[in-house]
Structure formats: C-alpha cells, structure tokens
Design a protein around this ligand. Structure first.
Ligand code: 9Z3
Length: 294
C-alpha cells in the first residue's frame, strides 16, 4: 500500500491485471536508455500515444477500442527530439510512429512524390530520423491493452525517478475509462485514476503534462482545471475532438495559454505540435530552474 496516497485501488488493479509480454526485457532496455541520457545530463520525455484496448475475453478476439491513431503523440515525439530531448515513445502497437508516419500509409504516393520537388521535405525527415537513430535518442515501446499500458507507464515512471525535474511526462494516449475485471462476467468497472499515484508516488519530481479531451468546448477549461486541482500536476493540454489539430489550450495553475495555427500555417502544413512542444519545452526549462533554486 502506498504511504502517500493510502489507497489500494491502484495496487488492486495491478494485482488483477497480467504483466505485459517481455516486461522485464522492456524494463531493462528502458533503464539502459535512461542511464545513457542521464550521464549526458539530457532531458528525457515519456510520450504516450494511441488508444488502449479493453479485451472482452482472455483469448482476445473481441475488444473495446477507441479512435486515436497516435497523430498527436508521434508528431510531438519528433518535435521533442528537435528540442534535444531523449524520447521514450510508449505507443499502441501499429499506431503511428515518429518519422514513419510520413510514409506509413502512403508508400506508393511517397515513391511517386520522390520524383518531384516535394522529395526535399522527405529527405529532411529522413535526416532527422537517422540523427535520432544514430544518437540513440528515440526508444519505441509498444502496448495494446489498457493493462499493458498502465503496467508499462508505472514501470517507466519509476525508472525516470533518478532524473528528478529533468524528466517530463507527456500523456497524450487516449486511455479507456473502463475495464473488465473478470472474464466470467462482462461488467465494466471504472479504471482507477492513475494520475494520482503517478504524481504523488511514481515520479513526484517530474514535469507532468496530461491531456483533457472533450467534445463540448464550453466545459473544456472547467474540466481541465478540475484535473489540475485533483492531480496537482503542472499542465493540462485541453483539446476539443473536432478542432484538436488546429487549437489547444495550455492550462496551468495561474494561466490559460491558447495555441493556434493561423490559416496560413494550416495551408503550409505547419503542425500544432511544433508550437506546442516549443512552448512546453520552455515551461519545462523554467520549472527545472525553479526547482534547482529551491
Ligand atoms: C488527447 O486528448 C489527444 O490529444 C488525442 C489525440 C487522443 C485527442 P490523435 O491520436 O488524438 O492525434 O488522433 N489525449 C488524451 C485523451 C484522454 O484520454 N484524456 C483523459 C480525459 O480527457 C484524461 S487521461 O479525461
């Protein structure tokens, strides 16, 4: 039982949920990655991306899924790399991957494009990809089910602890609210809100950013503020389903900062994640500076 949260619901969930395949191997790979970048005093961000599944039976043929294909997470990971972060990319298996996303679904079009001037942009993506690979800055780790996701999330958070404020958590995955505790009975249960132990116990010193997704704009900021109050983390990125690619609001304890793409930026293919990550990276620097002073 956790001394800080005093709550067993979290432990209960983990006890009832099987460990992901190759859990120990994945953990030791992540630990090596973190140690490597800690030695260079580099900031490390955990980006979560894509949707979790909730299996309806033990040999999973049928499951509950959600819409997210991981555009937000995979694009954000690229911009974090541009800002010199090392990135642990915890993503839903077969969802979009950083760099690969530019060609993943249209390889034939891309090969055709290679013949004209648009090839320049693909070459720059290739260059950034090789850079990330050769400097070992990007570690993809996959999950499928809600249980796998939460086990991996907890494990990565614990491993990030030695980095203190140099660690950032960027929780963009679309996480199911419900799970099915037993295969005998198809009853849905509320998933415990893991941000509580995450902020209090798993990575108390890290810079934690969560996302709030709504379909109704009029309640968005209120809900984001409620999450900040409840979990006591640093930033909520609030977004509405239909406009998430052109507008988000960064909500902190004492500010509300809209980030938007202009029509011109939309037309020239700028991604909102470019502006978002630039802003968050500077918030993170200020946070670390304030921690080091105190
Ligand atoms: C988000 O709000 C992400 O921005 C999206 C990205 C999932 C909308 P895509 O993959 O979509 O680019 O298509 N993620 C968080 C969603 C979520 O589950 N939020 C919970 C909530 O709103 C809190 S953890 O209550």
């Amino acid at each position: 039982m956790s001394a800080t949260t005093g709550a067993t619901v979290y432990d209960d969930f983990f006890e009832k949920t099987a460990l992901p395949d190759k859990f120990e191997e994945k953990k030791s790979e992540i630990e090596k990655f973190i140690t490597l970048h800690k030695a260079d005093n580099r900031r490390v961000v955990l980006v979560t991306s894509g949707g979790t599944t909730v299996p309806l039976e033990s040999r999973t043929v049928r499951f509950i899924d959600n819409f997210s294909i991981g555009t937000r997470g995979s694009a954000s990971a690229e911009y974090f790399l541009d800002h010199d972060y090392a990135v642990i990319f915890l993503h839903r298996q077969r969802s979009l991957l950083p760099f690969h996303r530019h060609i993943q679904h249209n390889i034939l079009d891309c090969l055709t494009i290679m013949k004209d001037e648009t090839a320049t942009s693909l070459l720059s993506i290739l260059q950034r990809y090789h850079d990330a690979q050769s400097k070992q800055r990007l570690l993809p780790v996959s999950f499928t089910s809600l249980g796998d996701y939460l086990h991996m999330l907890r494990a990565v958070c614990m491993l990030l602890q030695p980095l203190g404020c140099q660690a950032m958590l960027y929780l963009a995955a679309a996480v199911s609210d419900f799970y099915i505790p037993s295969n005998m009975m198809l009853s849905l249960q509320l998933v415990p809100k893991m941000l509580t132990p995450l902020v209090k116990d798993w990575t108390p010193q890290a810079f934690v950013i969560s996302f709030k997704l709504e379909t109704d704009k009029s309640i968005l900021i209120r809900k984001a503020r409620k999450a900040l109050e409840e979990y006591q983390h640093k930033v909520v990125v609030a977004n509405v389903l239909d406009t998430r690619k052109t507008e988000v609001v960064l909500v902190t304890n004492d500010s509300e900062e809209p980030i938007r793409l202009t029509q011109e930026e939309v037309a020239n293919g700028t991604e909102i994640e470019e502006k978002l990550i630039q802003t968050l990276s500077s918030h993170h620097s200020k946070f670390c500076a304030s921690q080091e002073q105190s």
